[in-house]
Design a protein around this ligand. Structure first.
Ligand SMILES: [Zn+2]
Ligand SMILES: [Zn+2]
Length: 327
């Protein structure tokens, strides 16, 4: 089968013909219909994240059809459409798994990082970490729900109930989270790269009540802020924009260093926290909510062979919404 392979960090992906994977007893073999491109893929390719499987097929926002299944697979049938997210396997035994926090599992394995992912014609996944998808979504449209959507959803959930939500970095995750927040009756304030009028217009089009550059302050203080841009300097900026008791949540897996800042920005019970990975419960909740909330995704499709171009466009900020690879 054709696959886009990472053979060493810092190198472009290479087009390769590799043997089709074989499903184990708990695994399904999936014919990939679409795989969205996540910023985490860039961090894996660039070597920001340690010890990826090598060679690696990246991609963890996979939509495809079950074409073969292992002997113990009982959740899906041949022909079912499934979604495969970042969380690919957990141990079920460690203190985190035992306390409803499998996102922090000591031995977790992640799709497109320690496990081969969806930048290929076929992939395998453990059935316990695959999800059905609402038929109202096309394959391409559904793909960004699987990471941008559901990790974005977890980020919003951990920000608390506040009504005024700032979102820093208006890319794939933000464009979905803004719709969820609006559905929940919250108001969204969108922060983009300074001067990025197109991104600000895009944010307003998705219901943001205000959009501006990340060098600007919001017109009123925020109850919470979500940071999706991998820029550490946004942490003190977001703290300065939040009310007493407000929460700043960093939603990405990698960020540049956070500069020192005066304690008064954190004082008055402001909270800074990160969000790591997802639980299966997050996926079930969000994938059920998305059609009810009328979440739509904005996508740009690329043929699988143009994976490097999709990554380059994500890196340069040229994308509105999410890039999706189609084999
Ligand atoms: Zn575990
Ligand atoms: Zn992701």
């Amino acid at each position: 089968m054709h696959a886009q392979l990472l053979t060493a960090a810092g190198q472009p992906l290479a087009a390769a013909d590799v043997a089709a994977p074989r499903p184990g007893p708990e695994e399904v073999l999936i014919k990939v219909r679409a795989c969205a491109v996540c910023r985490t893929d860039l961090h894996v390719v660039d070597g920001d994240l340690p010890n990826p499987k090598l060679p690696l097929i990246p991609g963890h926002e996979i939509v495809g059809i079950v074409v073969e299944k292992g002997a113990q697979v009982d959740r899906f049938r041949i022909g079912d459409r499934v979604g495969v997210p970042w969380l690919g396997w957990t141990c079920g035994e460690c203190e985190y798994c035992q306390s409803g926090r499998e996102n922090l599992c000591e031995r977790a394995r992640f799709t497109g990082y320690q496990l081969d992912g969806g930048y290929a014609e076929l992939t395998i996944a453990d059935q316990r970490y695959c999800f059905g998808l609402d038929p109202g979504y096309g394959d391409v449209e559904a793909a960004p729900l699987l990471c941008a959507g559901l990790i974005g959803y977890r980020t919003l959930r951990l920000a608390g109930e506040g009504e005024r939500v700032g979102i820093y970095g208006f890319g794939a995750a933000a464009h979905i989270v803004a719709q969820v927040a609006r559905h929940q009756g919250r108001r969204v304030f969108a922060f983009t790269r300074p001067g990025d009028q197109a991104a600000q217009d895009f944010a307003r089009g998705l219901g943001a009540v205000w959009a501006g550059g990340s060098d600007e302050g919001p017109p009123e203080p925020l109850d919470a802020a979500l940071i999706f841009a991998p820029v550490g300097a946004l942490v003190p900026a977001a703290l300065a924009a939040t009310v007493k008791g407000g929460t700043v949540v960093c939603g990405g897996i990698h960020m540049s260093d956070i500069p020192t800042f005066p304690y008064r920005l954190l004082w008055e019970e402001r909270v800074v926290r990160s969000v790591a990975n997802l639980t299966r419960r997050d996926a079930e909740e969000f994938l059920a909510l998305a059609p009810k909330a009328g979440i739509r995704t904005t996508t740009h499709t690329y043929p699988l062979v143009e994976a490097n171009q999709a990554l380059a466009d994500l890196r340069s900020g040229a994308l509105e919404g999410a890039a999706v690879l189609v084999p």
